[in-house]
Design a protein around this ligand. Structure first.
Ligand code: 5GP
Length: 118
């Protein structure tokens, strides 16, 4: 896959404060937040889209969700947050390096799912 801004960030080539990091992923604040807390969880392994993950990535995908738990607990928002993955242009994906959005700090109203992320 083509390199992206998230590839450069995960490799440390662009200085960005990590909200969280471990051997397999990093988390950063979104540059254009859609909620008071808007964090991106990005695997160090570049996978373009969720649908491009293979069985080889099963453990990594689970790891990313476990990281969400750790991050939200760390920030004290674990009682109310939303996780979004945009897949493909039709799904609103703009950076083609898999990432999870964590949105928190405001009420996530039922029915606004499609408005949560541009
Ligand atoms: P997508 O639309 O691909 O699901 O989400 C990409 C997200 O990355 C957007 O919410 C956008 O604001 C964020 N983003 C794009 N470029 C940068 C950047 O250079 N730094 C940070 N922190 N966020 C970025």
């Amino acid at each position: 896959m083509a390199d992206t801004i998230f590839g450069k960030i995960t490799r440390g080539e662009i200085p960005v404060d990590f909200v969280y990091e471990d051997d397999h992923c990093v988390a950063i604040n979104d540059i254009n937040p859609q909620a008071p807390v808007h964090i991106l969880v990005i695997p160090r392994k570049p996978i373009s889209r969720l649908v491009d993950a293979t069985t080889e990535d099963q453990v990594l995908l689970g790891h990313l969700l476990m990281a969400v738990g750790n991050i939200t607990r760390q920030l004290g928002v674990d009682e109310g947050f939303r996780v979004v993955i945009n897949n493909g242009e039709g799904g609103g994906q703009t950076v083609f390096h898999l990432h999870l959005h964590i949105l928190a700090g405001r009420t996530m109203a039922e029915g606004e799912l499609s408005q949560g992320i541009q």
